[in-house]
Write a protein that binds this ligand. Sequence first.
Ligand code: ADP
Ligand code: MG
Length: 698
Amino acid sequence: MFDLASRDIKYLQGVGPQRAAMLNKELEIFSLHDLLYYFPYKYVDRSRIYAISEIEGTMPYVQLKGEIRTFEVVGEGRQRRLIAHFTDGTGFVDLVWFQGVKYALEKYKVRQEYIVFGKPTPYNGRFNIAHPDIDPAAELKLSSMGMQPYYNTTEKMKRSGLNSHALEKLTATLVKQLTEPLPETLTPAILHDHHLMPLTAALANIHFPVNAETLRKAQYRLKFEELFYIQLNILRYAKDRQRKYQGYRFERIGEVFNTFYTRNLPFELTNAQKRVLKEIRKDLGSGRQMNRLLQGDVGSGKTLVALMTMLIALDNRYQACMMAPTEILANQHYETIRELLCGMDVRVELLTGSIRGKRREEILNGLLTGDVNILIGTHAVIEDTVNFASLGLVVIDEQHRFGVAQRARLWTKNLQPPHVLVMTATPIPRTLAMTLYGDLDVSVIDELPPGRKPIATIHQFDSRRGSLYDSVRKQIAEGRQVYIVYPLIKESEKIDLKNLEEGYHHICEVFPECTVCKVHGKMKPAEKDEQMQRFVSGEAQIMVATTVIEVGVNVPNASVMIIENAERFGLSQLHQLRGRVGRGAEQSYCILVTGYKLADDTRKRLEIMVRTNDGFEIAEADLKLRGPGDLEGTQQSGIAFDLKIADIARDGQLLQYVRQIAQEVVDAEAVAPRPENELLWRQLARLRKTNVNWAAIS
Ligand code: ADP
Ligand code: MG
């Protein structure tokens, strides 16, 4: 038995130093193991011949059997192409070459039987196949071809002949050498209980499936394994942490909480808020450290739940701290919470980067003596100079700006790590949350406070600006306020800022009767705050802004959100922006403005936005459209998303299933070491070593 990972790809028959260098550089294939785990991205069934009369516009690839009747060269210059009129007796297709015309003319003959393979495209009332694969029918044995694998390669590789077909040949050579089974990576019990194909068979079949059924089984086995080890890693990590750290026990619900609940709380809690508070109280009383993710759409009332959780900490003689991603948000939380706690004997302080000198000293002192009960702030609160008398709870707002590493820093703020409540308004599909925040428990507020009218979302082409401005004017006349948002993306920052400035002047001209303010991320904080304040106070009716207003800002009187160049925003971001309106009692509107020409994906995004206000539905759609790697938060999450075969968006059910199995393995191990699971821990250790990202969270 040989260890594939230690065998250099260079020595595989058909590779050699030059191709090896190319494989190293382009695909990061260094060993035989790497090649074996470089899976096809698709398969084409080459066992079947289609009749030309069966071809439809949506078919990916077809295989035809027939003959060429005539050749024809048409067009001039770059348009010049060779057309072969091909028929099987049921109809005609055109085979087309834009390059290699001379070569094709020499190689292929009329009235000879060929197997033609390629992608049919409708053109001028019939189908054509550009640059088809053509083989003489006599030379191909169809039944032996089965499902043909296709591998991704790069332009560079293709230019030197290392295309999909070449990779297929190399892989075939390697698979033939696997005469002995490879060491199994799952236990016999798991293989048996879940009807999984053994590893070696799965690897052989993933490249060269005998038929569609074995392919499905091979895929299932390999996806299972991939997701299983991701979950095993996370759950093992969570278990170790649980064992290492005790949690503070908050047993009491006392005066602070009760006073607030009976005297200060301005409204009835929603059922969802009540349920989540119950889940949190259970954690806090359990003696284990709480690590809970609180998800809820914008405006669902997370802040209130966070506050009430902090009051429980206070009732148990601990301090609480709340961390927001921006200064504006920290400010807003500070104001809101002070107002909510009005008349109560609770000291709340704000700590941000701009609070310095004597004021800062006072706050730091108050934290040390325990006089300050609740600290609200930005990243500033996790600096080493900030120390507490007895920090018991940390609330983190808008998780996606904080990585796992930053969360971990909080644990050093007291002898035992404080309880952690993470809030996010970016709804994360459950499957993704389990992977991204797999070490967190999840609570969901899936209900908005009563009396909210759903926001009406409208897609409008920018040529119809005139009528759009008319309706805006009407809203303003009724006393409402309006946001107008421009995109701001780092790479084109200069152009974007210019757009924003131009937009601002344009709006000032169109609405001379209004006061317009302007906010973008390049402003000094003081200037930004001043502009914000003009809008919050109602002095300005229109705010022109970049996405800095994306998170958390709360102006209930603003009822219109216009998003310019909406095609340049992702779904989650559009949804976040839209959440800035619809916070008051009035009917609110979100207008997505775009040009006429739109890509298919963009059109889909806009349609989803118009159709639904449901953040979870939008998040699911976003995940499907973009894939998990591009979603906000995944980059900082410290978890590898370059999965080899599983797809978080599509394999959600399997993910939940394997999580259960991984949980059982971890739980059993906690009771007593299981010799039969030894091989799982060995494999996990191996993966942690080769996967840098995994090591970072463990
Ligand atoms: P989130 O942080 O989830 O976006 P907020 O906590 O800012 O939402 O709440 C949005 C608004 O709804 C706030 O003005 C808040 O006071 C109000 N609110 C919260 N809970 C309720 C409730 N149960 N009933 C009525 N209004 C509520
Ligand atoms: Mg909020």
